[in-house]
Design a protein around this ligand. Structure first.
Ligand code: ATP
Ligand code: MG
Length: 575
């Protein structure tokens, strides 16, 4: 590609509309342009990166035995009513009516559509296992579309769906996708972790998320420093025995009300009563599928809403608003406590061992100290409902846990029979008995992967693309295009690289050297070859990797061979 024939409109200023670095750099490097909130046009360079990710995904899906299809973006409401998600999916689902007043939506995911296809086409165990995938545009009306391609409303996803006759085969399909995902993200040149995850609105029983590690990531993940346990924070189990040292073996004191005027938060109450936050219990009022529930956690702990929702077996969970809290506890937010509460009370396991603790008084400006379990109030159920902390240990091996930030680029689920039962996707087994098909589903955000790669790999000058997903592998940068010697040398290398299928761009613009260098750095092309008049006269070109600060001189004569060797090395270093 010649720069002068290409379209890569770069700019220097940090765009005000972009908060995160990948969004800023994709705009500045001329990769994307916004049409409207969460909806982008991919400019040529952005599209190239996207396509490179798609190709890697396609190769690995094919290798894993999945078969490609392409499903429609528009999906009829009836299918979603059959699965029950028309009600449940909420406002992220963009719904509309056609001219015949028939309701439809733009697909945010395709479990319903693929299950409809399969129930009509797959009848026998002999037709399975089968795994269908597509690379297709999704629409989700996100509340807060932001960060460019990271959280768009319209975005490209690879989604795959496996169909199996029993659990054993379904587990094998899941493992095959797990392996394919490892290969995909490794081949994209990314540092990532696969973590145990919650199943959210897709449903199902078991899932892993693939997280690209980046300090700017929205998600927090933990991993064990001793074994290979890793989970996102929503999911991470807490099994550590939790005994606050100074609360051991104390005699039970009588409970007493204390005045805490306008003192509400754990920190305020702890400071006011000269105790540590560990000596307090927080009482949070939630609404779970319409039922009001109290959740208790120790003062220094946080409720994990995903775990609590699962523990309660609820589809939806929300914190109660101030009005409901006042109505149910008799006090404003900040003074709720378990004593005398008339509702289901669930408590975190850490609370079992607490004695003589402080709770809200269910009365404005009052707390109760030296409260005690059973004697003063009843807990209906104990469970693991809190967020893991650095003081907790690995639930598998007891090792120390480390916290990291990541960006979710892929998600794999065991779905079980949730959709096949709802949509009656049945098959005949070896005995001729009809059974529901066992499903799995597997997504990758293609645009988000490009954005995450940038979030992980950049410096103050711009993007440092891993070579497999860079818009170009090599840039040839002649310093004086008007000098025939320079132009000839540059053209010769350019053509030879093209002949050898190297993805190369020749910066044939009549621009100052500084402008060309800055653009090459901004766009993040992994290998840069500079050709200047002085060098040409000495028979030399200069080669620099975007990831390194030093450049080396290479003989013009065999420059193409040296460059190709370098490109190969960059790929090999990812295997
Ligand atoms: P998130 O929690 O980030 O909203 P999700 O759990 O809703 O993600 P899935 O339904 O598992 O996502 O979708 C599969 C993949 O699609 C995700 O792993 C992510 O890479 C990508 N993805 C999801 N939502 C978006 C979005 N709004 N913009 C871009 N990519 C997305
Ligand atoms: Mg989402």
């Amino acid at each position: 590609m010649r720069y002068t024939k290409y379209f890569m409109p770069t700019y220097k200023e940090v765009p005000a509309e972009a908060e995160v670095i990948s969004h800023q750099l994709m705009l500045r490097a001329g990769m994307i342009r916004k049409l409207t909130s969460g909806i982008y046009t991919y400019l040529p360079a952005g599209l190239k990166s996207l396509k490179k990710v798609e190709n890697i995904i396609r190769e690995e899906m094919n290798r894993a035995g999945a078969v490609e299809v392409l499903m429609p973006a528009v999906q009829p409401a009836e299918l979603w009513q059959e699965s029950g998600r028309w009600e449940f999916y909420g406002r992220e689902l963009l719904r509309f009516k056609d001219r015949h007043n028939r309701e439809a939506c733009l697909g945010p995911t395709h479990e319903e559509v693929i299950t409809d296809l399969v129930r009509k086409e797959i009848r026998s165990y002999k037709q399975m296992p089968i795994n269908f995938y597509q690379i297709q545009t999704k629409f989700r009306d996100e509340i807060r579309p932001r960060f460019g391609l990271m959280r768009g409303r319209e975005f490209v996803m690879k989604d795959a769906y496996s169909f199996d006759m029993d659990e054993d085969h379904a587990n094998k399909s899941y493992e095959a996708m797990n392996r394919a995902y490892f290969r995909i993200f490794r081949r994209c040149g990314l540092r990532f972790r696969a973590v145990e995850a919650d199943t959210g609105t897709i449903g199902g029983s078991y899932s892993h998320e693939f997280m690209v590690l980046a300090e700017t990531g929205e998600d927090e993940i933990i991993n064990c420093t001793m074994c290979d346990y890793a989970a996102n924070l929503e999911r991470a189990e807490v099994t550590s025995p939790d005994i606050p040292p100074d609360l051991k073996d104390t005699v039970l004191e009588p409970a007493a009300e204390v005045s805490t005027p306008d003192i509400k938060t754990v920190e305020e109450v702890a400071a006011f009563l000269s105790i540590r936050p560990e000596g307090l219990i927080k009482t949070l009022i939630f609404v779970a599928d319409g039922e009001v529930v109290a959740a208790l956690v120790r003062g220094d702990h946080e409720v994990n809403e995903a775990k609590l929702r699962r523990f309660l077996g609820a589809q939806t969970l929300e914190l109660a608003d101030a009005g409901l809290v006042a109505d149910k506890t008799g006090a404003p937010i900040g003074f709720a406590g378990p004593i005398g509460l008339k509702m289901r009370v669930v408590a975190d396991n850490a609370i079992k061992v607490m004695k003589n603790f402080v709770v809200g008084g269910n009365r404005k400006d009052f707390h109760i100290k030296d409260a005690n379990l059973d004697r003063d109030f009843k807990v209906n159920e104990f469970g693991d409902i809190r967020i893991i902390t650095a003081r907790d240990t690995c639930p598998r091996c007891g090792g120390q846990v480390a916290f990291k930030r990541g960006i979710e680029v892929g998600h794999i689920f065991k779905l079980g029979t949730k959709y096949s039962k709802a949509l009656k996707a049945m098959f005949l087994d070896e005995e001729g008995k009809e059974r529901p098909i066992i499903m799995g589903c597997y997504g990758i955000g293609v645009g988000r992967t490009v954005a995450a790669a940038i979030e992980q790999n950049h410096d103050k000058n711009g993007i440092i693309f891993p070579i497999p997903i860079a818009p170009f592998e090599v840039t040839i940068l002649p310093l004086q295009m008007h000098e025939p010697l320079v132009a000839q040398a540059a053209e010769a290398i350019y053509n030879e690289l093209l002949d050898n299928n190297i993805d190369v761009i020749l910066d044939d613009r009549d621009e100052r050297a500084g402008v060309k260098f800055n653009d090459a750095d901004l766009i993040g092309i992994p290998v840069r070859v500079t050709i200047g008049l002085r060098g040409v006269k000495e028979g030399l070109a200069e080669m620099r990797l975007r990831s390194e600060s030093e450049s080396i001189n290479i003989p013009l004569k065999n420059a193409p061979a040296v460059i190709m060797e370098k490109v190969k090395l960059l790929y090999d270093s990812l295997e």
